[in-house]
Design a protein around this ligand. Structure first.
Ligand code: NAP
Length: 289
């Protein structure tokens, strides 16, 4: 790398044009006076080989990456090592690149979700959790919850295709104790009326015409409803949950905290409150543009 050259960070995925990550990370670089730029790398699967080959060259300016759909699992074969949590999850959303161009994969989605729950004052020890969707986000959430020393009492998970959930769980079971997790074949078997936490990890709710997946009669005021969707800020599910007196949160906090943790992995820097406040404010501004 050329002395004093600007470092490049960025997001690998396809598509990535909607991403708010540049706003968040470029705010942090500016606030800290770091000469770096966070960019978008829209890459199809067939382009990954060439990209990662160039990345390992000594003259590459790329110092760290985020990874999103559909490559969180595809990128693992290019890495020299995985953090213990990424190894359990087998999905990577953050890559740290050493001066020797060695690549280490992390997953900050699950820890970002947990950090946001803590921020919301929610303790999930011995609690009952209902989870909608069994894609990449659910994989990260199940792993992080199962790894907690103080675990929830139960996690029930429903996806339209039950076989997909079974496949995810048997994959995770090879590396994790997932005894508290049960796949159910119908949304009615999620036990939402008795759940302490309902998580929507499906994309249903992003479009204005999307329905609320859950029968509103099952929502109750003792629960937290957490929708990973943050655009729109309030999905139909969140609106109904609030109307029922439940605590409700969208997924902007999870997005924010996964970013803060990625930044820590790349730079070793714990961000100060005033920097984090600016990042979050810019994220919110970006959402409304
Ligand atoms: P994904 O890999 O596509 O997984 C979504 C899963 O939900 C798929 O298995 C999908 O099945 C299933 N699904 C779709 N409709 C359903 C329904 N009606 N009932 C039950 N399951 C249904 O997506 P993801 O990456 O996990 O992301 C899920 C959502 O979380 C997205 O909205 C994403 O934007 C959001 N997210 C937010 C954050 C954050 O930081 N806040 C982070 C990651 C993801 P099919 O594939 O068969 O449709």
């Amino acid at each position: 790398m050329t002395e004093n050259a600007k470092s490049i960070y960025g997001l690998v995925g396809y598509p990535v044009s909607h991403s708010l990550s540049p706003l968040m990370h470029n705010t942090a670089f500016k606030e800290l006076g770091i000469d770096a730029d966070y960019r978008l790398f829209p890459l199809k699967e067939e382009e990954l080989d060439g990209f990662f080959k160039d990345l390992c060259e000594k003259n590459s300016l790329i110092a760290g990456l985020n990874v999103t759909i559909p490559h969180k699992e595809n990128v693992i074969k290019y890495l020299d090592g995985l953090s213990p949590y990424a190894q359990k999850t087998m999905a990577v959303n953050t890559i740290k690149i050493s001066n020797q161009r060695k690549l280490t994969g992390f997953n900050t989605d699950g820890p970002g979700f947990l950090t946001h729950l803590t921020e919301l004052g929610v303790n999930i020890e011995k609690k009952h959790i209902a989870l909608l969707g069994c894609g990449g986000a659910a994989r990260a959430i199940i792993s992080v919850l199962c790894l907690l020393p103080e675990r929830p009492a139960s996690i029930r998970i429903y996806d339209v295709v039950k076989e997909k959930t079974d496949t995810l769980l048997s994959d995770l079971a090879a590396r994790l104790d997932i005894g508290i997790v049960k796949a159910v074949g119908s949304i009615d078997d999620l036990g939402i009326d008795k759940a302490d936490l309902l998580i929507n990890a499906t994309p249903i709710g992003m479009k204005p015409e999307d329905p609320c997946l859950v029968d509103e009669k099952l929502l109750h005021k003792k629960m937290l409803v957490y929708d990973l969707i943050y655009n729109p800020e309030e999905t139909k599910l969140l609106k109904l949950a609030r109307q029922k007196g439940a605590k409700a949160s969208n997924g902007l906090g999870m997005l924010f905290f996964q970013g803060v943790l990625s930044f820590l992995h790349w730079t070793g820097l714990e961000l100060e409150k005033k920097t984090k406040d600016k990042m979050l404010a810019n994220l919110k501004k970006g959402l409304h543009q």
